[in-house]
Design a protein. Structure first.
Length: 376
């Protein structure tokens, strides 16, 4: 009985599989495009498959009629983007016909499958023109948000019909109307001593802003660029160091009493003499701390409203260690002894320390700019 049940199960699966691969199930469910595609695939590999031969003509006829009916319905619609819907249906008809033309056995069942090349091309132009008109309408509203809408309409029109007259100019007009133009002042610091180091920090910021791609509709400019281009900026970013300290030095000493047993301290007639050795071990740690506070502010130039005001802190601590001892060096382990051979090291120059404490500030600044301008 189990064997008979298994045979019935596999027979059912086989019938179901054949129905799926020939498109019969898709046809019965009203998925006419899928039925055509499955039947064509089956006939390519098995030109005499009877079920696929029955499915293909019926499915193709129903698929064409369905697409043409939807084309007629769309033409009566008031939807401004109806031509993209029409374009889709002509595209599907032409694709189904191409599939049949690429299958010799299929052509015996569906000779001369129709193609709507001219209708498709007309629909492409109509769809592009509809996008163009919607873009113009949005652009006339005169806001950044409506300019973004216009820009996207114009891009869609370009994808549909690249050669449309005046389209590239419209894309540029919409883009620049949508762009938020931000002037970034150089980071100010009240110290000539650290001017070069601050210039390096500023260059890092300039490089980041020059390659900023976080938001298509935000562009950053230096003060010189804004002046030369006679730019009407929307926002101003102010950067200045409220406070900073470079080279604060702290030296700590830790003293340890060391001893080690079973160390050879001499020798007599009976052999080696073992004993305990001791040493006073002093470990020195020097820390040179540098820190600063950068003020990051964003100002709306039309209202003079402060949109963002953040204090960004950065710290860098340079550390040096060395040691000395008094007593028997045999009381020290290898690492302790090695540290006593090391001498006190001079810290980096102040300018380098300045650069180091600005690195975490730079990382925070990038995060602030990225987060703040992502919503524009």
């Amino acid at each position: 009985m189990k064997t008979i049940s298994r045979l019935r199960y596999f027979l059912y699966l086989s019938i179901l599989f054949v129905g799926c691969t020939t498109g019969k199930n898709a046809l019965q469910k009203g998925n006419y495009d899928a039925a055509v595609e499955k039947a064509v695939d089956r006939l390519r590999s098995s030109p005499q498959n009877k079920e696929a031969m029955q499915v293909l003509p019926a499915a193709f006829d129903l698929a064409i009629k369905t697409h043409l009916r939807k084309v007629d319905e769309a033409k009566l619609s008031a939807d401004a983007l109806k031509w993209e819907n029409i374009l889709y249906h002509y595209q599907r008809i032409n694709q189904l016909s191409d599939d049949i033309n690429a299958c010799p056995s299929c052509l015996n069942l569906v000779p001369n499958p129709p193609k709507y090349v001219k209708a498709y091309e007309d629909a492409v132009y109509q769809a592009a023109e509809a996008r163009y008109l919607l873009g113009e309408r949005a652009l006339r509203e005169g806001t950044r948000e409506s300019a973004k809408v216009a820009y996207n309409h114009f891009l869609k029109a370009q994808n549909l019909y690249p050669g449309m007259k005046g389209l590239n100019e419209k894309i540029d007009d919409a883009y620049w109307a949508a762009v938020l133009k931000v002037v970034v002042q150089p980071a100010r610091i009240n110290s000539n001593t650290y001017k070069l180091s601050n210039d390096y920090f500023q260059q890092q910021i300039s490089n980041y802003l020059a390659t900023y791609r976080g938001n298509t509709f935000v562009r950053f400019y230096t003060e010189d660029e804004a002046y030369k281009q006679k730019l009407r900026a929307d926002q101003l970013v102010e950067l200045h160091f409220d406070d900073f300290v470079v080279g604060q030095t702290y030296v700590k000493e830790r003293v340890e009493k060391l001893k080690r047993d079973s160390v050879v301290i001499g020798e007599d007639r009976r052999g080696k003499i073992y004993g305990t050795v001791t040493a006073t071990y002093s470990v020195f740690e020097k820390q040179v701390s540098s820190s600063g506070l950068l003020n990051f502010a964003v100002i709306d130039l039309k209202t003079n409203k402060v949109l963002r005001n953040q204090k960004l802190a950065g710290t860098y601590v340079w550390v040096d260690n060395w040691a000395s001892y008094k007593g028997d060096d045999r009381a020290l382990d290898k690492q302790q002894y090695a540290l006593t051979r090391k001498r006190e090291t001079m810290p980096p120059p102040p300018g380098n320390l300045f650069v180091e404490f600005t690195k975490p500030i730079y990382a925070q600044l990038v995060d602030q700019i990225s987060g703040f301008y992502s919503r524009y």
